[in-house]
Design a binder for this molecule. Structure first.
Ligand SMILES: NC(=O)C1=CN([C@@H]2O[C@H](COP(=O)(O)OP(=O)(O)OC[C@H]3O[C@@H](n4cnc5c(N)ncnc54)[C@H](OP(=O)(O)O)[C@@H]3O)[C@@H](O)[C@H]2O)C=CC1
Ligand SMILES: CC(=O)N[C@@H](CCC(=O)OP(=O)(O)O)C(=O)O
Length: 344
């Protein structure tokens, strides 16, 4: 069995990791941390886990206990993995970080967007961006994996086929994205209250969101040059889900975009290119580690519109983290992740 440690087990991504690992045939969670819930039984806090983790208790983070694990997931706010990763990497454990600590390759850019100094710039060379559909080979040997953010996963998977093939104008890309409220985490937050977020929808961070540099970094890699990206996130009254509507201009009208997407993702277990004309719904991916994509060219014009949906807590966080673990440990990539979504 693979010995697992989780730092930050009380947030939504932490409990989602536990749910997914409960059905993973080779995973055993040995350590789960919470400073505020030390000594509490996990299944008392999250009754959905009763019968799965009846003896597991929260403990305070301890590098010795975590370093004895084969894999340590960080499901913590930004900066926590910076502080602990160096010491943990001196053991034989692998780190899979769900926070943004190691996603941006430029530490100064990270500092500008996250409003604090980068705590471990010396580890950036080691870190691999954990988007398997792009970086699978590097993930196989990685010791430190930065799991992509939720909006960046939906946006990059929708845009990369066009940009890699040189079929969209990289100077003008629009990512119009909607997120469910769980994307804001479990912490107390006025905007996440039921009365503040239900029966209403709004854009936020139009001037600049911290996922803008992350999406741009991935798109630049796909293009091999600069990109002009406008990213507008919205909060929508649902618990889980990201819906990305992605716009660009087609530069070669002779190419069959449906075939292009189908070929690009033909061997990807967790990307579903839907039939031409489809409109993927967020509920079709709820609870599943899947990105469903549909590509449109309205009225056969110059504009390409890609629709990309994920569950922010699964393919947008914890599911993608488990997918990375499977790849890094040489396991079947789909272990623990092959269940279908919840419907309705
Ligand atoms: N929600 C989402 O959809 C997504 C979230 N993410 C990222 O995943 C990470 C986790 O998010 P989320 O699950 O929402 O939970 P939170 O960001 O609310 O994380 C809370 C967890 O981290 C622990 N924690 C907080 N501070 C520290 C610290 N200094 N040292 C050790 N542990 C600490 C908390 O436990 P305690 O304080 O008791 O120790 C708690 O268990 C974040 O970086 C988030 O941005 C990524 C993609 C999607
Ligand atoms: C709806 C909502 O608030 N979403 C979060 C993004 C989700 C997230 O946690 O992203 P990181 O992993 O990069 O922190 C936000 O806009 O800040």
């Amino acid at each position: 069995m693979i010995k697992i440690g989780i730092v930050g087990g009380t947030g939504y991504t932490g409990v989602e990791l536990l749910r997914l690992l409960a059905q993973h045939p080779q995973a055993h969670v040995e350590v789960i941390t919470s400073r505020s819930e030390e000594g509490q039984r996990v299944a008392d806090m999250y009754p959905n886990l009763r019968g799965h983790y009846d003896n597991l208790k929260f403990s305070v983070p301890d590098v010795t206990a975590l370093g004895a694990c084969d894999v340590v997931f960080f499901a913590t706010p930004h900066g926590v993995a910076h502080a602990m990763a160096g010491e943990l990497l001196s053991t034989s454990t692998r780190i899979i970080d769900l926070s943004a600590d190691f996603r941006l390759k430029d530490s100064e850019e990270w500092s500008r967007w996250y409003g604090q100094p980068h705590g471990a710039p010396e580890l950036l060379e080691t870190a691999v961006y954990g988007l398997p559909e792009v970086n699978r080979e590097a993930i196989r040997t990685a010791r430190l994996i930065a799991v992509p953010g939720c909006y960046p996963t939906a946006a990059q998977l929708g845009l990369i086929p066009l940009l890699e093939a040189g079929l969209a104008d990289p100077a003008r890309i629009i990512a119009d994205c909607k997120s469910g409220v769980s994307g804001a985490g479990r912490g107390t937050n006025l905007g996440s209250l039921f009365c503040e977020s239900t029966e209403s929808m709004k854009a936020y961070a139009v001037a600049g969101h911290r996922h803008l540099p992350e999406i741009s970094q991935g798109l630049r890699q796909a293009v091999g040059g600069p990109v002009g990206l406008t990213f507008v996130p919205h909060l929508t009254p649902m618990i889980r889900g990201i819906h990305a509507t992605l716009y660009s201009t087609v530069v070669d009208h002779s190419v069959d975009l449906q075939a292009l997407f189908e070929q690009r993702y033909a061997n990807e277990p967790f990307v579903d290119v839907m039939p031409a004309g489809s409109h993927p719904e967020t509920r079709s991916v709820r609870g599943a580690n899947v990105c469903r994509i549909a590509v449109h060219r309205p009225q056969g014009g110059d504009l390409v519109v890609v629709l990309s949906v994920i569950d922010n807590l699964v393919k947008g966080a914890s599911g993608q983290a488990v997918q990375n673990m499977n790849i890094a440990l040489g396991l079947d990539e789909t272990l623990g992740l092959s269940h279908p979504a919840l419907m309705p």
